[in-house]
Design a binder for this molecule. Structure first.
Ligand code: PMP
Length: 352
């Protein structure tokens, strides 16, 4: 706290990302990164972009990337917004679409950045409790609100909601924007993109950080009808004209085009997840059904914080949230089969 701060800064409660330790030889299963590298075509496109042209600003609108996303999902490029990671896209959505003086609704167990944005932008919110099995009950979202947001699949639970249920929420809330945060959808969820044409209140947000292995590049996007996108553009153009640099635009365009690499790597992650779930169940863990590239599990006899610490002492890091309802769970990113075996082998030793 300093007298130089704007007063509101002392009341901010910033988001705490999973750690990125400098140690090598770590089995890093704590931030849901993809264990496979990005598309070689994306890397080649970025290499080709390194040169004298970097003296020039990038396209402020990232038009090539908007078109690549539009082509991928069969929408118009004016229905696409691109930003510096989906976190930035989400921030602009909170800023530009959720300030209506009525509370924003999101689940009690969900992405912990949502309440942080509410704090930053002064948005009131109500959390809606997931049921005993950590599922969203759509009936709970039929109440007055100034917007609704949740990830599908949800994080950190990994549980997916059906498209029919999402449609129920959209239809019950025609006067509110519903943001579906699809950071993990490619690992087993159903995308809501086909509903965009029918529902003017739907904004679908995705990222290239997970299923396209580009967390280090910082690229995310949103798809919605034109007037929702225009709100995001107005906020963005009042904040930073060039959120995506030249390398990011070139790499992201190539990554969206490389469907083979995308399919191969996401299927490999899904297969490893299914094997990991079986292994953990055999070790006595209760594992929630996951449609994501992570699993959420608890051991009925062992304290989650102690398990996380014991893994850490053996150079394996997973995520443990000290939060009501989930303090006995571990969120474990799905690695390669080899990394998953390192985890389950070590857990077997710890549990012995
Ligand atoms: N939404 C959810 C649910 C997430 O877990 C994450 C990753 N922390 C993000 C959005 C943001 O991802 P990125 O900014 O890397 O696109």
């Amino acid at each position: 706290m300093s007298r130089f701060w704007s007063p509101f800064v002392k009341d901010l409660v910033p988001y705490v990302p999973g750690e990125q330790p400098k140690l090598s030889k770590l089995v890093k299963l704590n931030t849901n990164e993809n264990p496979y590298g990005p598309s070689p075509r994306a890397i080649a496109a970025m290499r080709a972009e390194v040169g004298d042209e970097l003296r020039l600003y990038p396209d402020p609108n990232g038009e090539r990337l908007k078109q690549a996303v539009a082509d991928y999902y069969g929408v118009q490029s004016n229905q696409v917004f691109v930003g510096n990671g989906s976190d930035e896209v989400l921030a602009h959505a909170f800023h530009g679409l959720f300030q209506h003086g009525r509370p924003l609704l999101f689940p009690d167990v969900t992405y912990s950045f949502y309440p942080v944005y509410c704090g930053l932008y002064g948005i009131a919110y109500e959390t809606i409790a997931l049921d005993e099995q950590f599922r969203i009950d759509v009936a709970d979202y039929a109440r007055p609100n100034g917007g609704i947001i949740f990830p599908n699949p949800n994080a950190p639970t990994g549980r997916a909601l059906s498209l029919a249920d999402i449609e129920r929420i959209l239809a019950a809330n025609p006067d509110s924007v519903v943001v579906i945060d699809e950071a993990y959808v490619d690992f087993g969820g159903e995308t809501a993109m086909p509903l965009v044409a029918t529902y003017p209140n739907l904004l679908v947000v995705q990222t290239l950080s997970k299923s396209r292995s580009l967390a280090g590049l910082r690229v995310g996007f949103a798809v919605g009808q034109e007037d929702l996108i225009e709100a995001l553009e107005r906020v963005k153009n009042s904040f930073n004209s060039y959120p995506l640099d030249r390398l990011a635009i070139a790499g992201a365009v190539a990554a969206m085009a490389d469907r083979d690499h995308f399919e191969r790597t996401r299927q490999a992650v899904i297969r490893s997840r299914e094997a990991l779930v079986k292994e953990l169940a055999a070790l006595g863990f209760d594992v929630l059904p996951s449609a994501a590239n992570f699993i959420f599990a608890r051991h009925p006899q062992r304290d989650a914080g102690e398990l996380a610490a014991a893994l850490r002492a053996r150079s394996i890091i997973v995520r443990h949230f000290r939060q009501p309802r989930i303090e006995q769970f571990l969120r474990i990113t799905v690695g390669t089969d080899e990394l998953c075996r390192a985890l389950t082998g070590t857990l077997r030793d710890i549990l012995r």
